[in-house]
Design a protein. Structure first.
Length: 214
């Protein structure tokens, strides 16, 4: 976290120094995401393998100068996974299923060059929500009175899920066309702080973005 804070400060100081004479503006974009596979294991033999997946994202930000922007990302993915669970007596359970993943983060971006084409760097932090879509107990039934259909009962399941703090950054290329349309291609790496004893997993993904400035 200290390294991330230092990087944000390094990006902020020169950007603010060049703010004079620049017309601030908003940008937003739609992103196609390719997330790479990732694996994790524990000493007892349990393991977790997350497959690669395609996803969808949205980004928006505010350009304080031609080079410095603060913004946010939101992403949705549904990667398949295989979880191998080993209990204290050596019994093994294997779960092969599809997860639901949501990433939300705040980020700072710094463009290295002025003009329509530039490489850029990002640093950010946020939260990653992972839902196993596997029930963690028996169904729960709730009943209520509907104004048209009368007394209705419906059941649902709670699932194993977790929300973890995430932090990381990206390197990319940015090209802005006439009229405000922009194209961005970046490689993103974010560490997931799950609070356990095993090494924290790292989620890496390529993002292709099409956006607009206004």
């Amino acid at each position: 976290m200290r390294r991330l804070t230092a990087l944000l400060l390094v990006m902020l100081v020169p950007a603010l120094a060049s703010a004079q004479g620049y017309r601030n503006q908003w940008e937003w974009s739609v992103a196609a995401i390719y997330q790479e596979s990732e694996g994790d294991s524990a000493l007892a033999g349990s393991s977790f393998e997350l497959d690669s997946d395609l996803g969808l994202g949205f980004s928006f930000g505010y350009l304080f100068t031609e080079k410095f922007m603060i913004g946010a990302d939101i992403e949705w993915l549904s990667p398949d996974y295989v979880a191998t669970l080993v209990d204290d007596v050596g019994n093994t359970t294997v779960i092969d299923h599809e997860s639901s993943q949501f990433n939300g983060r705040i980020k700072a971006s710094y463009n290295f060059m002025s003009g329509p084409f530039t490489p850029y760097v990002e640093a950010g932090f946020g939260w990653t929500y992972m839902d196993s879509n596997v029930a963690d107990g028996p169904p729960i039934t709730g009943c209520w009175w509907h104004p048209w259909y009368g007394y209705i009962c419906s059941g649902y399941y709670n699932t194993f899920h977790e929300t973890s703090f995430s932090y990381g950054g990206a390197l990319g290329l940015r090209y802005k066309l006439r009229g405000g349309t922009l194209i961005k291609l970046s490689y993103n790496t974010y560490n997931i702080d799950d609070g356990g004893n095993a090494p924290d997993p790292t989620l890496s993904a390529a993002r292709l973005e099409f956006g607009w400035g206004f």
